[in-house]
Design a protein around this ligand. Sequence first.
Ligand code: ADP
Ligand code: ASP
Ligand code: MG
Length: 444
Amino acid sequence: MRAQPVWMCADQSCAAAHHDTTTRITSGMARLVLKFGGTSVADLDRIRNVARHVKREVDAGHQVAVVVSAMAGQTNKLVQFCRDASPLHDAREYDAVVASGEQVTSGLLAIVLQDMGVNARSWQGWQVPVKTDENHGAARISEIDGSFLTERLEQGQVAVLAGFQGISPDNRIATLGRGGSDTSAVAIAAAIKADRCDIYTDVDGVYTTDPRIVPKAQRLERVSFEEMLEMSSLGAKVLQVRSVEMAMVHGVRTFVRSSFDDPNAPQVDENGLPIGTLICDEDELVEQQVVTGIAYAKDEAQISIRDVADKPGVAQSVFGPLADAHINVDMIVQNISPDGKTTDITFTVPEGDFERAKKVLEDNREEIGFQNIEGASDVVKVSVIGIGMRSHAGIAAQCFSGLASKGINIRAITTSEIKISVLIDSAYAELAVRTLHSLYGLDG
Ligand code: ADP
Ligand code: ASP
Ligand code: MG
């Protein structure tokens, strides 16, 4: 029987089917998707190591689809080629260039697997096909027909898929935005109704914060979809945001683990638990912390417009033109006007849109009616995340006093039910993350 396209798999019965398979993490025959990121396939030696992980799962009797990224650094190089060729390049040609990194690694891994006696072949996005929208450079997957893949998996062949890419309605290669191989992997897992999607990376799971900047960060056994969504969108690049959204919607059991472990070592800890982090429903969490993690994002820029006329419609006159220019505005602070006449508005935009946002505002200066614009790109957004915040008061106050005790000034604040974000000078980024990590008892 042919598998349904991915979007037909979103109903509750399908999600439940995925959840019934918890025990298959370590035993029994399963259908698995294994995704390997850039550092995991950085050279031929690493690709051979990846092949050993794949072979271990095949030898255990599982059906295996593999999704690979480009070798570490390759996508950056390809992006730079496009920029150097022309700053205003055609996004469809950009996609033709940057998607090539994954084509190389999918072919190489298939060759290495065949060399080890494993029946394997490579698949490009268009061959599956992974269908996307036409938003080249940051396309969304619209549909995957997993039937051809499923047939091959059932025949015992390993499918090695190029991540990060698909085919758009205009029949051109489309890429999914940086870090998009995670999304490819989860989408493929949903399309072929995999029992689990393993995201192999250069750390052995999701940590309480980026272990590269806080050595005391601890690996989390389980994280809820909702918390992971916040962590990813607030800067924890261990999973692309869209991959978490997709895992949540389609009920894909997603397990983050290390590709750097010895493939032949037991893949469980001393308690028999698999080593990694399971992203799962909230009701599957074993113990609940008030604060689960701290994230930071350096790619924000702050804009303040001074002495804006304080009248109804002013926010629309500022944010309307920015929305028309497809610029996402994140944190917003508007002061109460002291004299009833003018006020200041501060907000953040992605750093890449900083210059464009200032120009849009200058172009609309008369309509908005303001004195001057100030901006800063040396800012960082630090966020405290945890579903336990819903039922605990005082978490924000603790955050503010912790930062104040280190002399860190807060430029803007946003909160939701399960997160608090503060905008601070980037010079204090690491100090702030470390301070909050200790403050909420997350240090190992
Ligand atoms: P890959 O190339 O495998 O896709 P990425 O570099 O995209 O890997 O993501 C893994 C990196 O994410 C880690 O090396 C780590 O520095 C970073 N990271 C940021 N926040 C976290 C976190 N909370 N837990 C684990 N890793 C994190
Ligand atoms: N190679 C792409 C990137 O570097 C996609 C990925 O690695 O997930 O963004
Ligand atoms: Mg990544």
